[in-house]
Design a binder for this molecule. Structure first.
Ligand SMILES: Cc1cc2nc3c(=O)[nH]c(=O)nc-3n(C[C@H](O)[C@H](O)[C@H](O)COP(=O)(O)OP(=O)(O)OC[C@H]3O[C@@H](n4cnc5c(N)ncnc54)[C@H](O)[C@@H]3O)c2cc1C
Length: 557
C-alpha cells in the first residue's frame, strides 16, 4: 500500500491489517464465539478511484491570502492531501475510508509553521468566511476532525504538523513548553534528552499530538499515576479569530475561574492551541508490570475502588471484566493461554477478571513500598497472581489495538469502542445498562455480539468504563448497524436517574474521547442549557463569525 493509500484508507500503518494478521486460532475463536463467517471473502477496501472528491471550493482570493500567510507550498488542494484529512479514525470513519458512505473532504489543507502563522491563517479565514478544522494527529473517534462546512462556502483543514518543537524546559520547576503538533513519541524523545517524561500514553500515542490531547482532555493508560492530560497543563497559548490568548502564570492561582479549563476540551471551537506548558517528571528508573486475577467483576471493581481510596493505585491500573479477559486469553492462544486457563481452573476462579498493574518508580525501595501497599489490599479480595509475564505481555501490546482493529475489519468484524465514567456507587448499574443496550441493539441473524468492558482510569470517587464490541459486520448496512448500537448505548448512559449528586445522567457521555459531532446531541443533558449558553458566549467572544470547527462540541440549534 502506498503512503497515499494508507492515509486515504485510514489504516493505522502503511501495511494496514497485514502487520497484525489474525492467527488461525483467533479466526477459529471468532467463528465459534460471534458466528463470524470467515469463508466469505470480502474486499476490504475499494479502489482509490472509487472516492469522489469534489473540486475545491476555496475562493481564489482566500487561497492567495493563505499562500501569502504560510507560503504557497503550504496550501495544498491536491486530492491526496485533502483525502488524507477527510475525517478521523472512528469505526465509521474507517468504513468511509474503505469506500462505504460519503467522506467529508476539506477544500484545502493549510500547514502553518509557527504560532504567528496560525494566527494569520485564522485572520485570513475570518476575513473570507472560510471554516477551519484544527487537525492534530487526526485520531479523533467522535467526528472531531470531520470537515463540516457549517454553512460556510468552504472549509480548510489546519494541520499543525509543522509546529513540532520543544520550545523550552525549566528543569528546576519541571515545566516544559511543547508546540501543538508534537506527536506522543516525539514528545517523549525530546523530553528524554533532558531526563524527563510526560507519562501521557493513550492507545493512540503513536499518532496523536500535544494540541489534540489538550483540545480533547485526553486520558492516557498511566493516568492513575501521571493524571489526565489536563492535570499536566500549566499554561496554554491559543490563536483565535479575535487575537492571541495566553493563559497560565503560576502552578496555582485564585485569580477568578481557571480559564485554562475553558480551553482544555474546547475541541478547536474556541481557538487553535499553538503551545502548551506542561508539568514533566523525571524518567522512571525501576519499572514493573504484572498481572493479577480477581474472581468476578464485583470483586475486581471493589478491589480497584479500595486501591483508589487508599491511594494505593499503580500508575497503570487496568481491570478487564470476564468477557474481556476471555477474549485476551483466546486471542493470545498457544500454550500460554491454555496454561493460564488451566492454572485459574485449578485455583477455582470461576469468572477470571484480569488486573494489570504497572509501576514507574525512582528506586527499588519505592517500588517495593508501593507494590506492598497494593498487594495488601488485593489479597483481601482473593487476588491470584499471574506474575510479570502477564503484565509484560500487556505492556508489549499496549499500542497494538489499532493494528488489530484494521485486521478485524479486514476479516469482516464490526469492532468499535465507547467509554463513559461514573461514581463507584453506580458503576455496575452503568456497566449493566450499556451492555444490555449494546447486546440488544446488535443481536441478530448475523451473529452474537461480544461486549467487553474495562476500567482503566480510577479516581477516589469513581471510575471510567471502556467498552469494546465485536460482532459480524452487517454487510448490507454496516454504518446503520453501528449507529443504531451507539445510539442505544448513549441513551443508556444519558438517562437521568437518582445518584449521589441528585437526578443526573447515569454516566458522562465521554470520559476521554471528547464530544465531537457524535456526542454533541447529549451535551446539554450533561451541562444543562445554561452551560451550552456559556460555551456559545465564549465562542462569540473568541470566534464571532463562527469559523472554528463547525458542527463540533456545541449542539446544533
Ligand atoms: C485507536 C485509538 C485509540 C485511542 N485511545 C485513546 C486513549 O487511550 N485515550 C484518549 O484520551 N483518547 C484516545 N483516542 C482518541 C484520540 O486519540 C484522542 O482524542 C486524542 O487526544 C486526539 O489527538 P489528535 O492529535 O489526534 O487530535 P485530532 O484527532 O486531530 O483532533 C481532535 C480534536 O481536537 C481538535 N484539535 C486538534 N488539535 C488542536 C489544536 N492544536 N488546537 C485546537 N484544537 C485542536 C480537533 O479539531 C478535533 O476536534 C484513541 C483514538 C484511536 C483512534
Amino acid at each position: 500500500m502506498s503512503q497515499i493509500d494508507h492515509t486515504l484508507r485510514g489504516t493505522w500503518t502503511a501495511a494496514g491489517g497485514a502487520n497484525a494478521h489474525l492467527p488461525p486460532h483467533a479466526l477459529r475463536w471468532l467463528r465459534a464465539r460471534i458466528g463470524l463467517d470467515t469463508g466469505t471473502s470480502r474486499v476490504p477496501v475499494g479502489p482509490d478511484s472509487a472516492f469522489r472528491v469534489p473540486e475545491s471550493a476555496l475562493p481564489a482570493a482566500a487561497r492567495d491570502a493563505l499562500a501569502a500567510a504560510v507560503g504557497a507550498g503550504h496550501v495544498l488542494t491536491d486530492r491526496a492531501a485533502r483525502l488524507g484529512r477527510a475525517g478521523g479514525l472512528s469505526y465509521l470513519d474507517l468504513l468511509r475510508h474503505r469506500g462505504c458512505g460519503e467522506l467529508a473532504v476539506p477544500d484545502a489543507v493549510v500547514l502553518p509553521a509557527d504560532p504567528g502563522e496560525v494566527q494569520r491563517v485564522l485572520e485570513v479565514c475570518a476575513e473570507h468566511d472560510v471554516g477551519v478544522v484544527p487537525f492534530g494527529g487526526g485520531t479523533s473517534v467522535v467526528g472531531g476532525v470531520t470537515a463540516l462546512r457549517g454553512g460556510k462556502p468552504a472549509v480548510v483543514a489546519l494541520d499543525l504538523v509543522r509546529l513540532d518543537r520543544l520550545v523550552s524546559v525549566d528543569p528546576v520547576s519541571r515545566v516544559a513548553v511543547l508546540q501543538a503538533g508534537v506527536r506522543g513519541p516525539d514528545a517523549e524523545r525530546l523530553l528524554a534528552e533532558h531526563g524527563f517524561t510526560l507519562g501521557h500514553l493513550p492507545q493512540s500515542f503513536e499518532r496523536a499530538t500535544i494540541g489534540g490531547f489538550a483540545a480533547t482532555r485526553s486520558a492516557g493508560q498511566a493516568s492513575s499515576g501521571y493524571g489526565r492530560f489536563e492535570d499536566m497543563v500549566e499554561g496554554v497559548w491559543l490563536a483565535t479569530p479575535a487575537g492571541e490568548w495566553r493563559l497560565g502564570v503560576a502552578p496555582a492561582s485564585a485569580a477568578g475561574p481557571d480559564l485554562r479549563r475553558l480551553v482544555l476540551g474546547s475541541e478547536g471551537t474556541l481557538g487553535v492551541i499553538t503551545e502548551v506548558a506542561l508539568r514533566v517528571r523525571p524518567r522512571p528508573v525501576v519499572v514493573r508490570y504484572e498481572g493479577i486475577v480477581l474472581d468476578g467483576w464485583e470483586a475486581g471493581s471493589a478491589a480497584v475502588r479500595e486501591l483508589a481510596q487508599r491511594h494505593a493505585l499503580a500508575d497503570v491500573t487496568r481491570l478487564s471484566d470476564d468477557a474481556e479477559t476471555e477474549v485476551s486469553l483466546a486471542l493470545a492462544g498457544g500454550w500460554q493461554g491454555a496454561a493460564v486457563r488451566g492454572y485459574l481452573a485449578a485455583r477455582r476462579v470461576a469468572e477470571p477478571c484480569l488486573l494489570v498493574l504497572g509501576w514507574d518508580t525512582a528506586s527499588p525501595w519505592e517500588l517495593a513500598m508501593r507494590r506492598a501497599a497494593a498487594m495488601r489490599v488485593l489479597r483481601r479480595y482473593g487476588a491470584v497472581r499471574l506474575g510479570r509475564p502477564a503484565g509484560e505481555a500487556w505492556r508489549r501490546g499496549r499500542f497494538a489495538g489499532p493494528r488489530q482493529r484494521d485486521a478485524l475489519l479486514d476479516a469482516g468484524v464490526c469492532v468499535e469502542t465507547l467509554e463513559t465514567a461514573t461514581h463507584w456507587s453506580r458503576l455496575s448499574e452503568l456497566r449493566d445498562a450499556v451492555r444490555r443496550a449494546l447486546i440488544g441493539a446488535l443481536a441478530g441473524p448475523a451473529g452474537a455480539p461480544v461486549v467487553m468492558c474495562h476500567v482503566s482510569h480510577a479516581y477516589e470517587t469513581g471510575a471510567s468504563l471502556y467498552f469494546t464490541v465485536l460482532v459480524p459486520r452487517a454487510e448490507d448496512d454496516p454504518i446503520g448497524q453501528w449507529q443504531h448500537a451507539k445510539a442505544a448505548a448513549c441513551r443508556a448512559i444519558a438517562e437521568h436517574r437518582d445518584g449521589p449528586l441528585g437526578p443526573a445522567p447515569l454516566g458522562t457521555i465521554t470520559h476521554h474521547h471528547a464530544v465531537g459531532v457524535d456526542h454533541a446531541p447529549y451535551l446539554a443533558g450533561e451541562i444543562g442549557p445554561r452551560g451550552v449558553e456559556v460555551l456559545r458566549a465564549a465562542k462569540r467572544a473568541l470566534d464571532p463569525t463562527g469559523i472554528l470547527n463547525p458542527g463540533k462540541l456545541l449542539p446544533t440549534r
